[in-house]
Design a protein around this ligand. Structure first.
Ligand code: AMP
Ligand code: MG
Length: 395
């Protein structure tokens, strides 16, 4: 199954079970959350014409070449008097322009004479150095649509409109399960045949960063009865996200449990790393089973599970930003799966980590992005490839 088909199916599923619950949060706490309602401006921004410069406000028509007397001083935060005809006002950046003035001349173009008189040196034009009322925003304008993910910039924008609180979609509750008899938690001694569980912390911290509520459901042994029982306990979550045990082999206990409970789709994705992916429901709770190899977990979470989770919260644009860069490597042998190579930008070209094995998480720590090589494609250095920055993927 091509990646875009799998994604389209997951997004359809997400659209069918949107999260409607919402909560009102102080503006400072909305980072990473999703806006529940359109944010519509109740203000003009700026609320009044203001000066873009430190200088002098005047009416252009009053300038004959003769000096003008300063009739008032206006600092930011003050309310000026209307401008006395035939005079100018000393004004500072951000201060309201007095009624009657139609231009601000910057102080560098003004000569201060005795008795608070100012000689203007260059011809001026109406509107110059004035930020007009409503230049950024007018009352009633849609500023951020519902479904916007909120970050520092959106917080700043909402603050500029005077919002102290915002209604956001409640957090998605995600249970994280790591499957595998071989897994041991860091801090414990490794026995024969055992490895440390790296997916658990990787996914839990990533999900937290994405604004999810994480239920860390620990390690699940490769055992059908225990799998069934554990899945049954996770009945109040929006998604069960597991890793491992989906390789269609005998140890696919997650798949077995889902099949029993009614619903399982096992997808062989045309993606590398990360071929097998499970989607199903366990007693009505959606389950995504990611492949267990750490680089596969990373890639399939980034390209499939994360967009799904965002869409459940009503986010429309769920795919990461991508851009084209010249390859700094050759790719002589075309693959039949789309590859997401862990790569880096060096001198404007994408280079790739030497070992692209799906078990090698170190490749991703070295990388700053995923280099997408389409199925059937060969490359010679200098040809363009798609680059997806990890910073996009992780946020
Ligand atoms: P599986 O899909 O269970 O066959 O796992 C595929 C590979 O990923 C095996 O080499 C597993 O040992 C490894 N693996 C599975 N889960 C984890 C995990 N949570 N942390 C690190 N490696 C894992
Ligand atoms: Mg396993």
């Amino acid at each position: 199954m091509p990646v875009e088909v799998a994604l389209a199916r997951l997004l359809e599923m997400a659209d069918a079970s949107p999260i409607h619950d919402r909560e009102r949060l102080p503006l400072a706490q909305v980072q990473g959350r999703v806006l529940a309602d359109d944010l519509v401006s109740t203000l003009d921004l700026p609320p009044w014409p203001n000066s873009a410069m430190d200088g002098y406000a005047l009416r252009v028509a009053d300038w004959t070449g003769e000096p003008l007397v300063v009739s008032q001083k206006v600092y930011a935060g003050q309310a000026p008097e209307p401008l006395k005809p035939g005079t100018c006002a000393r004004i500072f950046t951000g201060a309201p322009v007095p009624a009657g003035a139609d231009c601000v001349e910057m102080q560098e173009n003004a000569e201060v004479l005795e008795n608070e008189r100012i000689r203007f040196i260059e011809p001026m034009s109406p509107g110059q150095n004035i930020r007009p009322q409503g230049q950024e925003t007018t009352v009633g304008e849609l500023i951020l649509p519902a479904g916007t993910r909120l970050g520092s910039i959106e917080q700043g924008l909402a603050a500029s409109l005077g919002c102290a609180e915002l209604d956001v979609v409640r957090k998605v509750r995600v249970a994280v399960l790591s499957t595998g008899d071989e897994l041991v938690e860091p801090g414990q001694a490794l026995g024969p045949g055992q490895i440390y569980n790296s997916n658990r912390v990787l996914l839990c911290s990533w999900l937290q960063r994405l604004g999810c509520e994480v239920i860390d459901a620990g390690i699940l042994p490769d055992d059908l009865a225990i799998t069934r029982a554990r899945l049954g306990e996770l009945n109040d979550v929006d998604l069960i996200l597991s890793t491992g045990g989906v390789s269609v082999g005998e140890a696919d206990f997650l798949g077995m449990a889902l099949r029993e409970a009614g619903e399982l789709s096992l997808w062989k994705l045309a993606i590398k790393p990360g071929k097998p992916l499970t989607f199903g429901h366990f007693r009505g709770v959606p389950v995504i089973g990611l492949p267990g190899n750490p680089a596969s977990t990373l890639v399939t979470f980034a390209l499939l599970a994360k967009p799904y989770l965002l869409r459940r919260q009503g986010v429309k644009e769920v795919e990461p930003l991508k851009f084209q860069v010249p390859a700094g490597f050759d790719w002589p042998k075309a693959g039949n799966r789309r590859e997401y190579l862990r790569g880096r930008l060096e001198n404007g070209r994408a280079i790739i980590y030497k070992n692209q094995s799906s078990g090698v998480l170190r490749s991703a720590a070295w990388a700053d992005g995923l280099v997408e090589v389409l199925e059937g494609r060969t490359l010679i250095s200098g040809e363009y490839v798609v680059f997806i920055p990890l910073s996009e993927i992780l946020n």
